[in-house]
Design a binder for this molecule. Structure first.
Ligand SMILES: Nc1ncnc2c1ncn2[C@@H]1O[C@H](COP(=O)(O)OP(=O)(O)O)[C@@H](O)[C@H]1O
Ligand code: SF4
Ligand SMILES: [Mg+2]
Length: 339
């Protein structure tokens, strides 16, 4: 992968939101939600980059900031080598032809007053592409590709099931043949029985069009079948990143290992004997997050240094990064995971 130029490069991305201010120790203080903090990664053409972490850890904010739907507090995003913060409105619009979004909730994300045809063709309309006939033709083709009946082009979203609606969202995301699609938990709102079908469709479309995905999910089981590389986030920070196989077989970060321990394995004997790592408590608030390593309040491996010094996001093996003062394979004993 090193010989390829990245399609997307995210450098030291930080995003803070204003939170309710208050008085602390007698002094008035402004407070911030530290939603994304010092996150860096690259996505290469045609690859699937999985981004995983518990709800509230900053995955959607990362995706939205990359699309420039919200601007970063600091840090840079480069798309095809261009700094998006320096793009004019027109250039940003052009960039969005090549970068699309698939949303988590296929009920909330489709305008109920628009027909399927209007929804799917909207990106063409926005960018002034094609005549009306050409748009209709393209929509019919895309509906077919995503497994929907082209004859249903004039129907409305409420006439479709959740899985079918997500197929509409997928057709819309693909209509301009973008280079990158940010898939923000695209199957988590769907029935488990439908999830695999939608994942398979995304994989097929990627093979057909060579699209890269930033694939966001809240658990590792979803991304394992689809990702080339996987990154794990905790409370706004990226804690581990590597190719998926290494991440699943040799996790170096205690948090990754705890997430992995919750992924069911097909072999019932392994499943029975496998140690489940349950972390104490809930993730702390991203307002005034814990000092040093943000995971130290829940980490079974924490030492004194962990609350004092922020661990660097260091390369522990080629292409494998981990943010832990004590990074090593299987940091938590007796929980080897067989895949
Ligand atoms: N517009 C916003 N204003 C204030 N806080 C926000 C906003 N968007 C997200 N947050 C906060 O930022 C943190 C990360 O949120 P989000 O990126 O949605 O996480 P995830 O997608 O991983 O569930 C959360 O604490 C969330 O409450
Ligand atoms: S730096 Fe310390 S607290 Fe953080 S993950 Fe490593 S051992 Fe745990
Ligand atoms: Mg989210």
């Amino acid at each position: 992968m090193a010989d390829k130029t990245p399609l997307l490069k995210v450098e030291h991305l930080c995003k803070e939101f204003p939170a309710e201010s208050g008085t602390f120790g007698g002094r008035f203080a402004k407070r911030f939600v530290s939603a994304v903090n010092d996150v860096s990664f690259e996505i290469y053409p045609g690859e699937t980059f999985g981004l995983v972490g518990e709800s509230g850890c900053g995955k959607s904010t990362t995706g939205r900031t990359i699309m420039h739907l919200t601007s970063p507090t600091s840090g840079k995003v480069y798309f095809q080598g261009r700094d998006i913060s320096e793009m004019s409105k027109k250039e940003l619009k052009e960039m969005r032809r090549d970068m699309q979004f698939i949303f988590q909730d296929p009920y909330a994300s489709l305008n109920p007053r628009m027909t399927i045809g209007e929804i799917v063709s909207e990106p063409m309309t926005i960018h002034g592409i094609g005549t009306k006939e050409e748009r209709i033709e393209r929509v019919r083709e895309l509906l077919q590709v995503v497994g929907l009946n082209p004859e249903h082009i004039n129907r409305y979203p409420h006439e479709f099931s959740g899985g079918q609606r997500q197929r509409v969202g997928i057709a819309r995301a693909f209509i301009l043949r973008p280079k990158l699609i940010i898939c923000d938990e695209p199957v988590s709102a769907l029935d488990v029985s439908i999830q695999a079908q939608v994942l398979n469709l995304l994989k097929e479309l990627q093979d057909k069009y060579g699209t890269a995905y930033l694939f966001i999910a809240h658990d590792l089981s979803v991304v394992q079948h689809i990702s080339d590389r996987v990154a794990v986030m905790y409370l706004g920070k990226m804690v581990e990143l590597s190719d998926w196989k290494t991440l699943y077989t040799e996790p170096h970060h205690p948090y990754t290992q705890s997430l992995l321990s919750a992924v069911p394995v097909p072999d019932p004997d392994i499943q029975k004997t496998r140690k489940r790592i349950i972390l104490a408590g809930d993730p702390p608030s991203p307002i005034d997050p814990p000092s040093g390593c943000r995971f130290h309040t829940r980490c079974p491996m924490a030492q004194d240094i962990c609350s004092k010094e922020i661990p660097g996001f260091d390369e522990v093996a080629s292409g494998h990064y981990c943010a832990c003062h004590f990074a090593k394979p299987f940091p938590i004993k007796e929980s080897h995971i067989n895949l």
